[in-house]
Design a binder for this molecule. Sequence first.
Ligand code: ZN
Length: 255
Amino acid sequence: MTIIDTHAHVYVQEFDSDLIEMLQRAKDSDIKKILMPAIDSETHNAMLSVEKLNSEFCYSMMGVHPCSIKENYKGELKIAWNFLEQRKFIAVGEIGLDFYWDKTYVKEQIAAFNEQIEWALHFDLPISIHSRDAMDECIQIVAEHQKGKLKGVFHCFSGNAEQAAKAINLGFYLGIGGVLTFKNSGLDKVIVDVPIGNIILETDAPYLAPVPYRGKRNEPAYLQNVIEKLSQIMGMSKEEIAEQTTTNAEKLFVC
Ligand SMILES: [Zn+2]
């Protein structure tokens, strides 16, 4: 089987000591591509160097994470924009709204999200959306920009059935990872009714490791545990899950 991890921060310092071995474990676990969402200017160079050393395996997105939107956000946006003008990226991401950690910069987060969606439309790129305690707000902003051209994924989707239906109606994919394996996440009851054609796989490494690694550092190889759980929920074989979600990811990200 071949699998694409559509969201993994494999360039962060948690992987400094064993990056090469970790990427090899991913390859040994049928991962054929890793898509890396950007965070902010503190890590852009680390991401780009992992990509350079692992071309045809690790692919960079570009954007500013909502948790990095602070008083200096216009400078951060400028840096990301300059990168996007210089070369091709696979997506604008990760972008969105996070009202969980800090609500100081809600207005700025909304402005940055809107602006980066406009970039995606300008460059004809998909978006990778980070949404925490802000699903309805994210859906509304996407809807305002959706005139038939915007495409993307609600990364680490953790909404309810109604929100899933709205995201799908907007033509968006749901990014599914380790949370699906958590006891009492309730996500299984939402996902069972989602068409497999709207699901893509992701780890969000180094965060959100699936059971039985929950609480530990996550890495792309652990997608196998997510596939196992998804195959039980959907009543499909692991091979079918891998094939369908890989097809979806390639369609969305053109990678
Ligand atoms: Zn992320």
